[in-house]
Design a protein. Structure first.
Length: 197
């Protein structure tokens, strides 16, 4: 299973995926340095003065609600974000960058919870997916690592168990160990249908 982009939508997708009783191999590709944040809530792209357009009560909880998370943040940190004690209520609109910090924290908690449940979660930060190509029996994902050095390019190939790789005559060889090693049932997740890679 692969998730491309580790913003808030990926946080909720990961929350659903780790409920699987069968152990999953989940690859997550994120072009930024902080998974979970996403562009709308990134401190590099938003000012702390920019408020979110959603109140705490409207935000679906991940491991905990935004309000519960804020209540366990030290008061001096919250005050530094411009959030006073009187602001801690479910109808308040918080700064966008605070939502980013919340989602980043919740993402880390989900990765830990998923690992504790037996899932293998591999995260690739600073990695842009540049192409996804479907092939008979598999999918190729091409990514560029975003670094200060010249970009490195890798191609990951995913094949279901029991199939043969196009370039090999022997049993399935997966060039990357975290590739799809399970047969996954087709699953509905919101309006997205998740199927085996």
């Amino acid at each position: 299973m692969a998730i491309i982009g580790a913003g808030p939508s990926a946080v909720y997708a990961l929350k659903r995926l780790i409920t699987s009783e069968a152990p999953l191999a989940i690859l997550i590709f994120e072009s930024g340095a902080r998974p979970g944040v996403g562009t709308p809530y990134d401190r590099q792209q938003n000012s702390p003065a920019m408020l979110s357009n959603i109140a705490s009560i409207e935000l679906p909880p991940v491991c905990e609600t935004l309000l519960d998370w804020l209540q366990r943040i030290p008061p001096e940190t919250r005050h530094g974000w411009g959030i006073g004690d009187a602001d801690l209520h479910e109808r308040h609109f918080f700064p966008r960058v605070v939502l980013g910090d919340y989602y980043a924290d919740q993402f880390g908690a989900l990765v830990n919870e998923g690992a504790a449940r037996g899932h293998r979660i591999t995260l690739h930060t600073r990695t842009r997916v540049s192409d996804i190509v479907a092939h008979e029996g598999g999918v190729w994902v091409t990514s560029d690592a975003v670094t200060q050095q010249p970009r490195s390019r890798s191609i990951m190939r995913f094949w279901p168990p029991g199939t043969r790789c196009p370039r090999h005559t022997g049993p399935t060889r997966r060039p990357w160990g975290a590739a799809s090693s399970q047969i996954f049932r087709r699953t509905r997740f919101g309006s997205v249908s998740l199927a085996p890679l």
